[in-house]
Ligand binder design. Structure first.
Ligand code: PEP
Ligand code: MG
Length: 556
């Protein structure tokens, strides 16, 4: 009889699963032959490369057609990238000089990646896509199987180092029981797609490679545990109970209420009119975070006030008579906008981002407020405006004045620990606050949210983070001002119970997460939430906090 052995990673999407492991095949580019190709064979080599790039591109296009939503868009973008004329020109140029196609692809990729990395921010993130494409094209040129997702003969638990965007986009939730990666973080691309598809997901499971292909594993993604040596007789009833719970999520239809009857406001995080329409078609009771900076990542210059007002109106009109909280530009750091941010900073997450960009151009901020107020004039309930990365009381006073002058309701985000520490004074200056747990966690734990190696620290379950959230919620109750949560923490159904127990007044999340949170809240009373909130204050770390809360809520 085999003994049970458990390893742990960072939970991303809750759920249980039991099944055989299927590893995503890794393709390491071998040492390539760089012997110069004779003049008469160069045209054939160009053909070989063109054919390989086209094959890779058409496979990606095919998979894009079989997929829907943002997953399909990711694949389509990946397919386009593989036919990029600039890239092709450079590869063909190298082959014309006698470089073998695989070597030409690798050196061109390295050159492009160097350029992207220099550009930083979102451009730098594209290097993952480019390296993934390079591997696919080189594998095709060498006659190797396509790297990435394996063809599955039965539903399986997918294991990977980390998933390339193209892999995550091709996932079929019918075949994949759970997704576990050795790298990645809770806000990485893998996590975002897993959340969208509702597949149980764990990231940053450090010893994953100890578990071989085909071994049966039991996954408890809410605990982040991966266990081998469990018999099917023990595992299957647990998984079935979990499937019933997930079925309850599918059947949940809102509005959200606790088992003891109290209503809970569940809102959506959106970034454009289209996303807002989708959220409104689901169970969102409004928008708790409209990330305006994401509307402008690709624009070369600042849109005029009326162009901006049009864009905001599209979001506002998706939620007639409902609340929409518009966040002013959070440009900078991982979201650079050429006309709003500085080019290169040594430490961008601690740099000029959010409200701090007013140090470069103050009127950019007031022009945006004018645009929001122009759009809000035509829509009821759209006067809530909040400002990211506020750090001092002087800033809070200043932004509240500018917002109120335009007949808008003034809020700030609680992302910088300074605000949580002095929350009573900050709340006295504004009408509401919303806690951005992604950044608050990053800054409280001194851990870069983009760094996959720090997932244990960038975990909003960390007791220090929760203690600060509790402090902010209590201050809101005392002063009678709304305290929302709009970071990823709000999308975690169990953590949502804790946040409500602390006294948070609304939760805002990806629209797809709302039913999961709503169905969980329905299972617990206000008193249970309050007790759970009390538990975390004595926890040792994120894992301990999770275990204590689950025990307190009676979830095993
Ligand atoms: C946050 O920091 O939690 C937040 C909601 O803002 P963003 O993720 O856009 O930085
Ligand atoms: Mg933030």
């Amino acid at each position: 009889m085999s003994t049970e052995n458990t390893i742990y990673g960072t939970p991303v999407v809750n759920g249980l699963a039991y099944g055989p492991v299927a590893w995503v095949s890794r393709f390491e580019i071998p040492k390539l032959d760089s012997t110069i190709i004779s003049l008469d064979k160069r045209e054939d080599e160009i053909q070989r490369y063109t054919q390989a790039a086209e094959t890779v591109s058409s496979r990606l296009r095919e998979r894009s057609k079989e997929t829907v939503g943002s997953a399909s868009d990711v694949l389509a973008a990946q397919a386009e990238l593989s036919r990029d004329p600039g890239f092709k020109k450079m590869v063909v140029g190298a082959i014309k000089k006698g470089t073998p196609a695989p070597v030409a692809v690798v050196t061109t990729t390295e050159m492009f990646c160097g350029m992207f990395e220099k550009a930083g921010g979102l451009m730098a993130e594209r290097t993952t896509d480019l390296n993934d494409l390079c591997q696919r094209v080189v594998a095709e040129l060498l006659g190797e199987p396509e790297p990435g997702l394996p063809r599955l003969s039965e539903p399986s638990v997918l294991f990977a180092d980390d998933l390339a965007p193209a892999d995550t986009a091709g996932l079929n939730p019918e075949e994949i029981l759970a997704l576990v990666t050795e790298q990645g973080g809770p806000t990485s691309h893998t996590s975002i797609i897993a959340r969208q598809l509702g597949i149980p997901c764990i990231v940053a499971a450090r010893q994953l490679h100890e578990i071989p292909q085909g071994e049966s594993v039991f996954i408890d993604a809410s605990l982040g545990s991966i266990t081998t040596g469990i018999t099917p007789q023990v595992a299957r009833p647990k998984v079935e109970a979990d499937l019933r719970a997930r079925e309850a999520i599918r059947n949940w239809s809102g509005p959200a209420r606790l088992a003891s009857g109290e209503a809970v406001e569940l809102l959506a995080n959106v970034q454009d009119g289209e996303g807002a329409k989708k959220a409104a078609a689901g169970y969102a009771q409004g928008v708790g975070l409209f990330r305006t900076e994401l509307c402008f990542l690709d624009s070369a210059k600042e849109p005029t006030t009326s162009q901006q007002a049009d864009i905001y109106s599209q979001v506002f009109s998706a939620f007639p008579d409902k609340k929409v909280v518009t966040r002013t530009l959070d440009a900078g750091s991982d979201k650079p906008i050429s006309w709003a941010t500085l080019d290169a900073e040594p430490n961008p997450a601690l740099g000029v981002r959010g409200l701090r960009t007013t140090g470069i151009d103050q009127e950019l901020f007031t022009r945006q407020l004018d645009a929001i107020s122009q759009a809000a004039l035509e829509h009821t309930g759209k006067n809530w405006v909040m400002v990211p990365m506020v750090s001092t009381l002087t800033e809070a006073k200043w932004v509240a004045k500018l917002i109120r002058e335009r007949n808008l309701t003034a809020g700030i985000m609680v992302e910088v620990p300074a605000v949580a520490i002095m929350i009573d004074q900050f709340l006295a200056e504004v009408d509401f606050v919303s806690i951005g747990t992604n950044d608050l966690t990053q800054y409280v734990m001194a851990a870069d949210r983009m760094n996959a190696n720090l997932a244990t620290y960038t975990d909003p379950w960390q007791p220090a983070v929760l203690t600060l959230i509790s402090r902010v919620a209590k201050a809101g109750q005392r002063l009678g001002k709304p305290v929302g949560v709009c970071g990823e923490a709000a999308a975690d159904p169990i953590l949502a119970c804790v946040l409500i127990g602390m006294g948070v007044t609304s939760l805002s999340m990806a629209a797809s997460a709302i039913p999961g949170v709503g169905a969980q809240l329905e299972q617990v009373t206000k008193e249970q939430c309050e007790n759970a909130a009390h538990e975390i204050l004595t926890a040792l770390d994120g894992g301990d906090a999770r275990a204590k809360v689950r025990k307190s809520l009676g979830i095993d």
